[in-house]
Unconditional design. Structure first.
Length: 214
């Protein structure tokens, strides 16, 4: 697992040492948010074993060996291919056919890091996992970051995207057939389209069509 460097951070132009719940990016800038899920042992902080595992894995559960992404908590600005029981927070995994997983991962990182100014904050090549912090505009001169996590298999990629700022979901959407959900739902759909990938329909999708279409 590859993680951010730890050590002294800069906040308001002054250097200070890393402390929860703040993490430090590779340029030494403090990054406050609920996304501070990184190992802090480099800053001389000791964490309990369970907390250490949670920090290292971000939202990747490795108990089963291969690893799986964890679902989003209810009523958060978060969408995931693991949220089967919460339609508004669920998006089906993406197919990157005919690309190989390695080629698909390169394409994804080119888009998120090179084109959008994102930063890789965690990676487990053996499990096909990568996590990227990606900035986006909130409007009115404000910005936030999405923590996007991806788990590649041979044929598809599962994902989880959580915004740093929790914004209530709109009560409805205007497009026929759409599902109302957190704002980053639309950002993930736009990312899928930008990559030219497609969604994999699942049994859950088929069950929801009858009750969720306008």
């Amino acid at each position: 697992m590859r993680l951010l460097a730890t050590g002294p951070c800069k906040a308001n132009g002054k250097q200070r040492f890393l402390s929860l719940p703040t993490c430090c990016d590779l340029r030494g800038t403090a990054v406050p948010s609920t996304l501070a899920a990184l190992v802090l042992t480099g800053a001389g902080l000791a964490l309990p074993a369970a907390a250490h595992a949670a920090q290292v894995g971000l939202h990747l559960d490795t108990a089963g060996g291969e690893g799986r992404l964890l679902p989003c908590a209810p009523k958060t600005s978060c969408v995931s291919s693991a949220n089967f029981l919460s339609p508004s927070q669920y998006l089906a995994p993406w197919s990157f056919d005919p690309k190989t997983p390695a080629a698909a991962k390169r394409q994804l990182l080119d888009e998120l890091v090179e084109a959008r100014g994102g930063q890789v904050v965690g990676e487990d090549e053996g499990r096909g996992y990568v996590a990227v912090r990606v900035p986006y505009k909130l409007g009115a001169g404000k910005s936030d970051v999405d923590l996007m996590e991806f788990k590649f298999t041979d044929v598809a990629v599962a994902f989880r995207s959580e915004a740093g700022v929790n914004i209530p979901s709109p009560p409805f959407c205007y497009t026929p057939g759409c599902i109302s959900g957190p704002p980053n739902r639309a950002r993930m759909e736009a990312l899928r389209d930008a990559l030219g990938w497609s969604s994999q329909e699942t049994d859950e999708d088929k069950k929801w069509v009858q009750i969720l279409l306008h």
